[in-house]
Design a protein around this ligand. Structure first.
Ligand SMILES: Cc1ncc(COP(=O)(O)O)c(C=O)c1O
Length: 411
């Protein structure tokens, strides 16, 4: 853009590789939904990526106590000892993982933990493998760190899980890191022990690092027990386990995540974070320490929240199957459904527009049917769209009705 600065035209030159980073369609849509609601339109939103529950009262009180006790100054960049100890205990008791304090770093959300790990590991030109569909921030983080990435296209018939064959055939001389997320945003796929075990020999043989994004650990259904890739001792030093309190304790705004990894990786992440942001919010760290400790003593609140999400998963999955033309795998975790909708591409809307892709379909559903979904293109998979069921049962029923009616109107 040319701007006038005195008499000289002044050109704003932002970093050139930012053109490779697509703006988030999810956020664009969120803004659009808000604008439509302000105009008085009754839009059902299936776009949110956070629990609709409030942060539990006792956790909020721990935050209030921290403020009242003036716990409002800089802390160690690695995180306060009380929180790092709570994380060590959590990993021991809940996951059977033996980590010590030097293995733990606290970050401003799981998002920062992932990006710090990428910054800590990737040299310019190193390649990162990203299975598709992916969480939309992954490719952007790799670009910002100066790396390159390769997408590995998982299949609905494999329940969108990365298979050992797909992994092995894509490893090249520059490959350094794999980004794995389970339960998955956007597919809800969960890796059972045997799925992870099949990947382990390849990870070991090729000395791959893996960022294991376990942020949806607590949102897992069908009586499944969550298994972490770090449980496989032969590759444990290659794994950077990522988790946090955002999704599990309805604490998205508090911005606390963490990583557990080899101390050399943690030290490198500390270097990155200490210069980019410094410590995570002191008050939030106290509240997160409380949340983790309280849950170890009594996990009933969290179990109740999980049960509510499972009911909603069941309802959403049942309703989506009543919509002719959509096919959807059964999510076993997270709070998303990811139906395949390309049977509707090349059809025409009642207002005469032709649907060519997932963005057109999401735009039609929003503008003409008043229900917002996220186009699969945001996750590297243009055949699908994402529905978040982190909303009330009544909204799920109403939104699904609108999708069904809207799709039936396409000719
Ligand atoms: C797959 C995945 N990883 C990480 C995150 C980041 O979580 P946080 O809010 O703790 O930064 C999200 C949030 O949407 C996510 O969906």
């Amino acid at each position: 853009m040319n701007q006038s600065c005195g008499n000289e035209p002044f050109q704003i030159l932002v970093r050139s590789d930012l053109v490779k980073i697509a703006p988030s369609l999810t956020l664009v849509l969120k803004d659009k939904v808000e604008r439509m609601r302000k105009q008085g339109k009754n839009v059902v939103s299936f776009t949110v990526g956070e629990p609709d529950f409030d942060t539990p009262t006792a956790i909020k009180q721990a935050g209030i106590r921290a403020i009242e006790q003036n716990f409002t100054r800089y802390t160690s960049g690695l995180g306060i000892l009380e929180l790092r100890e709570a994380i060590v205990q959590k990993l021991k008791q809940e996951n059977g993982l033996d980590y010590g304090i030097p293995n733990i770093i606290v970050s401003s959300g799981g998002k920062q933990a992932i990006s710090s790990a990428i910054y800590a590991l990737i040299n310019p030109g190193d390649e990162v493998l990203i299975p598709t569909p992916y969480w939309l921030s992954y490719p952007a983080m790799v670009i910002l760190a100066g790396g390159t990435y390769k997408f590995l296209e998982t299949k609905p018939e494999d329940n969108y899980r990365l298979t050992p064959e797909l992994l092995e055939k894509n490893i090249g001389p520059k490959t350094k890191l794999l980004l794995l997320n389970y339960p998955s945003n956007p597919t809800g796929a969960v890796y059972h022990r045997e799925h992870l075990a099949a990947l382990v020999p390849i990870i070991k043989k090729h000395k791959l690092f893996v960022i294991s994004d376990e942020i949806y650990e607590k949102l897992i259904y069908d009586n499944l027990k969550f298994v972490s890739l770090s449980e496989f001792s032969e590759i444990k030093r290659q794994i950077i386990l990522i988790n946090g309190v955002s999704k599990s304790f309805a604490m998205t705004g508090w911005r606390i995540g963490y990583a557990a990894a080899d101390p050399q990786i943690i030290d490198a992440m500390d270097k990155v974070q200490s210069h980019l942001t410094g410590n995570s919010c002191s008050i939030s760290q106290k509240a997160a320490a409380y949340a983790l400790q309280a849950n170890l003593k009594d996990p009933s609140d969290l179990k109740k929240m999980q049960a509510r999400f499972e009911q909603r998963r069941n309802l959403g999955y049942e309703l989506i199957h009543q919509i002719p033309g959509l096919s959807c795998e059964r999510p076993q975790g997270a709070f998303y459904l990811f139906p395949k909708a390309d049977a509707f591409y090349r059809k025409t809307t009642p207002s005469g527009k032709i649907i060519l892709n997932s963005v057109d379909l999401a735009t039609y559903l929003l503008e003409e049917c008043l229900v917002s979904v996220v186009p699969g293109a945001d996750f590297g998979n243009d055949a699908n769209f994402r529905i978040s069921f982190a909303t009330s049962e009544a909204e799920i029923e109403e939104g699904m009705k609108r999708i069904k009616e809207g799709l039936l109107k396409l000719k």
